[in-house]
Design a protein around this ligand. Structure first.
Ligand code: ATP
Ligand code: MG
Length: 603
């Protein structure tokens, strides 16, 4: 079906939408692909539907290629399965909850692990039925705190979510690898470079997990890579831990007056004024100090718990990273949020003297090494190894302890990755220095293991007639986010430049001017292209100026633009590659063949 601009439901906009910060958002709205309906919620217009259908078709083909079968769940689901997995609560404010007329609880599903598990439980009962992979392309709902960048982070969005079911761990590993492979092929066909980085599993639970990040300056995920091939989400990077130090000969710790030294900077200055470090190691630096940061953790239950984290003074705590690593230490499952403790939190603990906090609640505690006995949980950075020496708060205004030895003078409840990863830090696998980059999460693969199968009782009979719990994987691709990422990567100051594989049409024929012969010739080229199997958009608008038509063509971003106009008198039409901008006049009677050839080159 030719897309005729004379009738296509489309109004391109000259102005950028006021709320659009990134190119993809701006251009998808201006070129008439989507319209905002509410924050983070978009209406799809005919052009948008075309692109969406193409992306979905690629996803479907690659899922079919690994033997995954498509199903379709409701988006509106009852509370019970999510209650059983505890996600009704764990999902916190991100979940859209609602009630039916009988006051029963429902939700708009943010992801569908529970109901896939139950569906398989409903119908399957034997190891002979496995392995199995099912998927859907489904609208998901998440009440994101900060919907942004149009389709990049919506509150309603489309995800392809797949789930694998296996009898044992080896089977799961095989399914995981198959889905992982399909993802690389999907993103390759979409023209999106992706890097699979190790990730933390977050609210999903389970063990092994990788995120597919597309490097992009507009991405919200920070990841690191090394020249030697290591790549990981910062949340998942583990610090290269220094060796323990033998502290047997170390002098005892000493409390010193350090007036007006509540910050690391002032402390370092005061320390250097007081007692030079020693000749061969130069001056005291921030890295010699132990900064004890009091943080307030909002637990999934709604409770607020204070924890203290001891980190080298030259490092800052990365709250997002901590939100990923801390739940394990607090023995909670689900999403937590972490923020700096406020004055009210601190008032409840008068022994915490702001600016002079030590590893213990009192100086006595600090010197005794009270970690485990403190009323607040005390965790440390992995660099705080046994035998490391620190300058740290003495729990009294204007006083610090010097030479406080970890493992001798103080202990801790646990070791936690909490500080920002910096470029120049070492990769945990020894593959060199890390470099920081930004990316958009395009997909995510998880080995869920038996978490959902266990709580929802998905068991099958094994070869020996014994009931065993099924092991599962879960695999998501952000379909609408992929469209945003493609648009973000493929544009210039005049508009979008779609890759052929996902363009709303392959060729955009523009009839320029008012001449009847021009319209006839354009009409014929359009018909011939269509007959040859090309997807054509035809600007057949009669009373629209050439400038507006060309402007629209460049904004809409179909990869091949054919202008039929004045040149027709000399028997030529103009053939243009939207991306390179290269234009050439070709004889009218060769036009179709040349267009098809260019299409082939672009695919
Ligand atoms: P993010 O960290 O970006 O919030 P997530 O880790 O919560 O994503 P998953 O639960 O892993 O997301 O969902 C699978 C995929 O769905 C993601 O990799 C992403 O491509 C897509 N996705 C997730 N949230 C959104 C959203 N709010 N808008 C658009 N796509 C999304
Ligand atoms: Mg994810």
């Amino acid at each position: 079906m030719v897309l005729r601009l004379s009738t296509l439901f489309l109004r391109t906009l000259r102005e950028d939408p006021a709320d659009a910060e990134v190119a993809s958002h701006r251009l998808l709205v201006r070129a008439g692909y989507i319209r905002r309906a509410a924050p983070g919620i978009y209406t799809w217009l005919p052009l948008g539907i075309k692109v969406l259908a193409k992306v979905e078709a690629i996803v479907r083909e690659e899922m079919a290629a690994i033997g995954s079968q498509e199903v379709h769940f409701p988006a509106l689901l009852p509370r019970e399965p999510y209650e059983a997995s505890n996600r009704w609560t764990e999902y916190g404010e991100g979940l859209f909850r609602l009630k039916d007329r009988k006051q029963n609880d429902y939700l708009l599903a943010p992801t569908h692990e529970e109901v896939f598990t139950l569906l398989v439980k409903d119908l399957y009962s034997s190891y002979k039925d496995l392995p199995l992979s099912l998927y859907q392309i489904q609208t998901k709902y998440r009440d994101e705190a900060r919907p942004r960048a149009g389709l990049m982070r919506g509150r309603e969005f489309i995800m392809k979510d797949a789930y694998s079911f296996d009898i044992d761990d080896a089977g799961l590993e095989e399914s995981y690898q198959a889905h992982r492979g399909a993802y690389f092929r999907i993103f390759e066909r979409l023209g999106l470079e992706v890097i699979a980085v190790q990730a933390t599993a977050g609210a999903m639970g389970g063990s092994k997990s990788e995120e597919f990040l597309h490097p992009s300056p507009v991405g919200e995920d920070t990841f690191v890579r090394s020249a030697g091939g290591y790549a990981a989400n910062v949340e998942a990077v583990s610090t290269v831990v220094p060796q323990d130090i033998d502290f047997s000969g170390f002098p005892s710790a000493e409390v010193r007056d350090t007036p007006n030294s509540p910050t690391i900077e002032t402390l370092v200055a005061v320390a250097n004024g007081l007692a030079p470090r020693d000749a061969d190691r130069g001056e005291w630096t921030a890295a010699d100090t132990l900064k004890n940061v009091v943080l307030a953790v909002q637990l999934p239950t709604g409770e607020r718990e204070l924890v203290i984290i001891g980190v080298p003074g030259d490092r800052t705590v990365d709250l997002k990273r901590l939100e990923a690593t801390l739940p394990e230490h607090l023995e909670v499952s689900g999403e937590i949020s972490v923020e700096a403790a406020n004055d009210e939190d601190l008032r409840k603990h008068p022994l915490l003297v702001k600016g002079y906090i030590g590893p213990g609640l009192t100086l006595e505690d600090t010197l005794l090494g009270i970690g485990g006995r403190s009323r607040l949980r005390y965790l440390v950075d992995p660099r705080v190894v046994s035998g490391s020496q620190w300058i740290t708060g003495a729990n009294a205004a204007g006083q610090h302890v010097f030479g406080l030895v970890a493992g001798r003078d103080f202990g801790w409840d646990g070791v936690v990755e909490s500080v920002e990863v910096r470029s120049g830090d070492q990769a945990p696998d020894g593959s060199g220095e890390l470099e920081i980059a930004r990316g958009v999460e395009m997909g995510h693969v998880f080995q869920l293991g038996r978490r959902y199968a266990e709580v929802l009782d998905l068991k099958v009979l094994d070869q020996n007639g014994k009931q065993v719990v099924v092991t599962m994987g879960s695999y998501g691709v952000g379909v609408t986010r992929a469209i945003a990422a493609i648009a973000e990567k493929n544009n210039d100051d005049r508009g979008l430049i779609w890759p052929l594989a996902v363009a709303p049409a392959e060729v955009h024929v523009v009839a320029v001017g008012k001449d009847e012969a021009v319209f006839e010739a354009a009409e014929k080229i359009t018909a011939d292209l269509e007959a040859a199997g090309a997807e054509v958009m035809f600007d057949d608008r009669l009373k629209v100026s050439p400038g507006v038509k060309f402007g629209d063509a460049e904004l809409i971003g179909v990869p091949i633009i054919v202008a039929v106009g004045r040149g027709l008198a000399e028997g030529v039409v103009e053939l243009k590659d939207r991306r390179s901008g290269e234009a050439q006049n070709v004889p009218v009677d060769e036009a179709v063949a040349r267009i098809l050839k260019l299409r082939e080159q672009l695919s």
